[in-house]
Write a protein that binds this ligand. Sequence first.
Ligand SMILES: Cc1cc2nc3c(=O)[nH]c(=O)nc-3n(C[C@H](O)[C@H](O)[C@H](O)COP(=O)(O)OP(=O)(O)OC[C@H]3O[C@@H](n4cnc5c(N)ncnc54)[C@H](O)[C@@H]3O)c2cc1C
Length: 408
Amino acid sequence: MRKVLIVGAGQSGLQLALSLLAHDYDVTVMSARTPDEIRSGKVMSTQCMFHSALQHERDHKLNLWEEETVKVEGLGVSIAGPDSSRVLDWFGPLEHYAQSVDQRVKMAAWLELVEDRGGKVVIHGVTTSDLAPLAKLYDLVVIAAGKGELVQLFDRIPERSPYTEPQRALSLAYVHGLERRPEHPDKAAVRFNIIPGVGELFMIPAYTLSGNCDILFFEGVPGGPLDCWDDRPSPQQHLDRILSLMKQFLPWEYERSRNAVLTDDKATLAGGYTPVVRNAVGKLGSGTAVLGMADVVVANDPITGQGSNNASHCAASYLDSILERGDKPFDEEWMTASFEKYWEYAQHVTTWTNAMLQPPPPHVLQIIGAAGENPAVAKRFANGFSDPTDFQHWFLDPVKAEKYLAEA
Ligand SMILES: Cc1cc2nc3c(=O)[nH]c(=O)nc-3n(C[C@H](O)[C@H](O)[C@H](O)COP(=O)(O)OP(=O)(O)OC[C@H]3O[C@@H](n4cnc5c(N)ncnc54)[C@H](O)[C@@H]3O)c2cc1C
């Protein structure tokens, strides 16, 4: 039985662990926190996952909250004018619903499931010096530790990483008490509100420790009015500030949020990170190679909400590569090839996400405007969140965009 060590108990590490267990691999997961510590900790993400990623979870019987979690049926886009009026507003339906399960709920339960399904769990915050002796005991070591310190094992690839600084100041709150959008009261949707030059507000229906809720998630342009979290406000001050910024910049969304209350006292988060693509092979002091996974090797800004989706696709792709390898060694060449196979997909997410961090070029403004008149354009944009490889064919290139809009 081949022995695999996975460091990091997040979306990618646990999905890979549980899917390898289903194929009778000997799997050990090292997690910095126990399931109870994860449950009682701070929120970590907004984790809205679209159909193609959810399907990987279903394939391995991991989408345990499918029935109770609110179904996200579409994506709405609004643009605020300089006077805070709403100058554009449309809704694109998703062909298949999306869902967001609080990672505190999901990762805690998945970590317990690893043990239930025959895997080993070691609670230990792993350091680079821990790894060399450990690695000798396994056929393969996968580092799935997100954006933590272990990323230092993996070199940044400058040609694939155009940014050297965070492109947004992130801030969010999980809340109960939001009213539905009056325009579509019967449909739960991710609302993507753009405040040109200032940032974006995403409103994401989700499922948390206390049931269904909504997430208010600001992405602020650095140095602008939404970049205001350095004083580390208390959870209630944090929510009050989010609401007051909504009142100022997006009054139509504030109107339905004025009765919002925090879901719990760990339901706020602020921060930011630099988008980066790294070499997938890390070398330990002993010379042993380890394989980087998901955010460790491809970390995008959450403006397109793709990190958990990517993590799920990466886990599914690595699973295939491991199974295909059979009994042959998991050497450096195999690691590089496995990553490049995943990158065939992930490069499209990175290109699109990095483009969305820039002020929109004229052809993108044309597309967003056209979507308000033509439901087919709105639908194609919304469904690109489930299959971002589509954006290269019409959204990212001015010539292709013009051709598409002429035909749509
Ligand atoms: C504000 C915000 C909003 C987001 N919104 C979305 C969204 O809507 N949709 C979406 O798809 N993605 C979103 N993302 C991104 C998404 O959360 C991540 O990309 C995804 O969780 C990455 O999965 P992962 O498995 O690579 O790492 P993670 O899920 O981060 O898991 C890493 C795990 O490793 C553990 N760990 C770290 N270091 C060590 C160590 N040394 N030893 C042991 N364990 C360790 C951590 O505790 C953690 O459990 C968002 C991210 C942020 C910050």
